[in-house]
Design a protein around this ligand. Structure first.
Ligand code: NAP
Length: 230
């Protein structure tokens, strides 16, 4: 299948790319950092991807999303994974720039990209949309007001999209995982120790869940998956 993965330059998106490469899929790898994307692309080629292409796109910029989507000729599925953390704080201490950035990346960008690839997915025999939300998309956790707003938003978007596309043949799912071992938190200034991160869900294991999901045959689907570190 031809699969677009956003946020593929590191963390969970990179792990999903490598897992899908092993299964011989055609991969479109999207993020901003071309250097890191190219490293992932080379790794995907070694793992067995049928093809892998990189696209430097800032999902906060709707023009960049449009320009990217216009290049696409066909697509089976999109894994909307790109996202950023909001450093845990009471709402009145979250800088407005961070508030806008988190919403633009995690929510507006995800919806806008999905909207623009939908015509291609409708033409596929195996169309799917997988949205990576979070445990923060169904459970309230102190200090995460803005991040949670985006992740609850992704859940609402996912559930309505699934209803809207019931007769289209396009399958829609949301993934709701707990803490996963990536640098997402520390990049936002959270300073989690490596020992703490090591107790989180391994990215490789989460990637196997996503791979299992998108390879379900027609007639079997998992519309929402909660993943915990147990
Ligand atoms: N880690 C966790 O504990 C956890 C738990 C639940 C849910 N999640 C969700 O899982 C997803 C992946 O998180 P992660 O932990 O893998 O984070 P990560 O390691 O920080 O990776 C985030 C990815 O998103 C890309 N990205 C960020 N801003 C972007 C933008 N404006 N345009 C395009 N790409 C952008 C980054 O690439 P560039 O910087 O190159 O653009 C990177 O590839 C996120 O949606 C996150 O909210 C994570």
């Amino acid at each position: 299948m031809k699969v677009l993965i956003t946020g593929a330059s590191e963390g969970i998106g990179k792990a999903i790319a490598l897992e899908l490469a092993k299964k011989g899929h055609e991969l479109l790898l999207l993020a901003r950092n071309t250097e890191k994307l190219n490293l992932v692309k080379d790794m995907c080629a070694k793992e067995g991807a049928l093809s892998a292409s990189v696209f430097s796109v800032d999902l906060r910029d709707s023009q960049q999303i449009s320009d990217f989507c216009q290049q696409l000729k066909e697509l089976d599925g999109v894994i909307n994974n790109a996202g950023i953390w909001q450093k845990k704080s009471p709402l009145d201490e979250i800088p407005e720039s961070e508030l806008l950035n988190v919403i633009a990346t995690n929510l507006t960008g995800l919806i806008s990209l999905t909207q623009k690839v939908l015509p291609l997915l409708r033409k596929s025999q195996n169309g799917f949309v997988v949205n990576i939300s979070s445990r923060s998309g169904y459970a309230a956790q102190a200090g995460q007001s803005v991040y949670s707003a985006t992740k609850y938003g992704v859940r609402g978007f996912t559930e309505v999209l699934r209803e809207d596309l019931l007769d289209s043949g396009i399958r829609v799912a949301g993934i709701y995982q707990g803490g996963t071992n990536t640098q997402m938190f520390n990049k936002a200034g959270e300073n989690f120790a490596e020992e703490k991160l090591a107790t989180f869900i391994p990215t490789e294991e989460l990637a196997k869940v996503v791979s299992f999901l998108i390879e379900r045959p027609k007639g079997v689907w998992l519309p929402e998956i909660k993943v915990e570190n147990k």
